[in-house]
Design a protein around this ligand. Structure first.
Ligand code: SDX
Length: 432
């Protein structure tokens, strides 16, 4: 962040007192008004519930231009990464700031592969859940429990320990997620296999059964890897901000990631991919689409069209475009003719022509098509957000590491506008 030499002035109309606030600049994107001196000079806070216009930190990981539908990871466009890179390479890029060379890539892939197993005792945690427990509930609980296996040696002030914790989480999240799926199916857990890459390994841990050999379908593995790339990181979204805030107190990184999983679960955030499928199933066919678009338009109806709209993207979510192409690719290669894809495409077409959606700039987001591909890959709806969490663990831990390494970092502690009762004296029970 650098001084721009510009500043803005707050003028108190009553007193005429002016408060000068410096404008700071980054590499690309909106400049920021540095308000750190505001309370000291005016006795006032800013007010921005939902943080729609508030920069909570300085970051070099991901840049989004919502108007132009741009998403960059360390400067590389998401479309290029999705087409030419692989998920672990994007993980390396987010963690370290640069794409790895041949040796660095080999070392990182090897390190992640060798950390995919979890402590054998951890499998006992799963047995405490009901079989019908939502896999996100299981993943949230078990990830938090991981902190009890590594709490002592994780000195987050030590860069080496931070990198070990980061690699452990990236490596183990697919294993924990696959175990949550197997548990919900009543099938035995599969151990990771070191002869498979990250996406292949995840698919085999989810879908292999002891009764027969399991061959990873390269088409599905490539699609899985691309879906993980598309969900890796996304600036200061709700779950990432949760991880940063939890981590700002110095909390154990495993516990911070568990907090991120909890936030991601909401249907307004990562839970939307599950909600999209439920919505498409509820709509059922084209004849009912207009009814649902009208419900989404109706201010008195809480219904929203899941998979549409975004706090930042006021144009197409670039991930949704790649996801839509992948959707057609996977279903075409698998020869699946999913009527839900027809419904989704029709719904997208209808919504994009609807004046309400045009006025509100509501476009399909990353969640709109992901569910259809995940269903084609064989995952139940309840696993969709779990897959989002597996991918986003890379972003969460990279953002956590960036925060801890920020020399200006301090505990996050927002203020408020108090609208409760003024001071008053306690009343005895007899006089109430
Ligand atoms: C993700 O932040 C990220 O980066 C998130 C994410 C990531 O990678 O981390 O991109 C992943 O969470 C994608 C979003 C998934 N959620 C959904 O698809 C759920 C449906 N979408 C909405 O709930 C909503 O669009 C949000 C939550 C995504 C964004 O909400 P905002 O920014 O708070 O916008 P808003 O609710 O203020 O909406 C602006 C207007 C409102 O109308 P008015 O009050 O101005 O009259 O648009 C309307 C909303 O009612 N609106 C919708 C709508 N989304 C917004 N109306 C109908 N259907 C919708 N989907």
């Amino acid at each position: 962040m650098s001084e721009t030499g510009k500043s803005v002035f707050l003028v108190d109309k009553q007193t005429g007192v002016e408060t000068e606030l410096p404008v700071m600049g980054g590499t690309i994107g909106p400049e920021v008004v540095d308000i750190r001196s505001l309370y000291g000079s005016t006795g006032m806070f800013t007010y921005d519930p939902g943080y729609g216009a508030t920069g909570s930190c300085e970051s070099g990981l991901t840049y989004i231009d919502g108007e132009k539908g741009v998403l960059l990871h360390r400067g590389y466009p998401i479309e290029q990464l999705a087409e030419q890179s692989d998920f672990l390479e994007v993980a390396y890029l987010l963690l370290n700031g640069e794409l790895p060379n041949v040796a660095e890539k080999a070392e990182f892939d090897e390190a992640i592969t060798k950390h995919t197993m979890v402590h054998e005792q951890l499998s006992q945690f799963y047995r405490g859940f009901r079989r019908d427990a939502h896999p996100m509930a299981i993943l949230c609980g078990v990830t938090g429990a991981l902190s009890s296996f590594y709490h002592d040696p994780t000195d987050i002030a030590d860069p080496k320990q931070r990198m070990i914790a980061s690699r452990r989480l990236i490596a183990k999240m697919p294993t924990l997620a696959a175990m949550a799926y197997k548990y919900s199916m009543g099938q035995p857990f599969n151990y990771p296999r070191n002869d498979l890459n990250y996406a292949e390994n995840f698919l085999q841990m989810c879908f292999a059964v002891p009764a027969e050999d399991y061959e990873v379908d390269p088409v599905l593995a490539k699609a899985m890897d691309k879906i993980l790339i598309l969900h890796a990181d996304h600036e200061q979204n709700a779950s990432t901000s949760t991880v940063r805030l939890a981590g700002s107190s110095g909390a154990n990184p495993f516990a911070c990631i568990a907090a991120g999983i909890a936030s991601l679960w909401g249907p307004a955030h990562g839970g939307a991919n599950e909600a999209v499928l439920d919505m498409l199933n509820e709509i059922g066919d084209k004849s009912r689409m207009a009814e649902y678009v009208n419900k989404a338009r109706d201010k008195n109806d809480p219904f929203r069209l899941f998979g549409f709209g975004h706090r930042v993207y006021k144009n197409f979510d670039p991930r949704a475009k790649v996801m839509r192409e992948t959707c057609h690719e996977v279903l075409g290669k698998l020869g699946i003719n999913d009527p839900l894809l027809e419904v989704a495409m029709e719904l997208e077409d209808l919504a994009l022509k609807d004046q309400y959606f045009i006025d509100k700039k509501l476009y399909p987001n990353v969640d709109f098509y992901s569910g259809i591909i995940l269903k084609a890959l064989g995952f139940p709806t309840s696993m969709f957000t779990v897959l989002f969490a597996v991918a986003r663990t890379v972003g969460w831990i990279s953002q956590w590491k960036e925060m801890i390494e920020d020399p200006t970092q301090r505990i996050g502690r927002p203020r408020q506008l108090y609208t409760g009762p003024s001071v008053r004296d306690y009343k005895d029970l007899s006089s109430r």
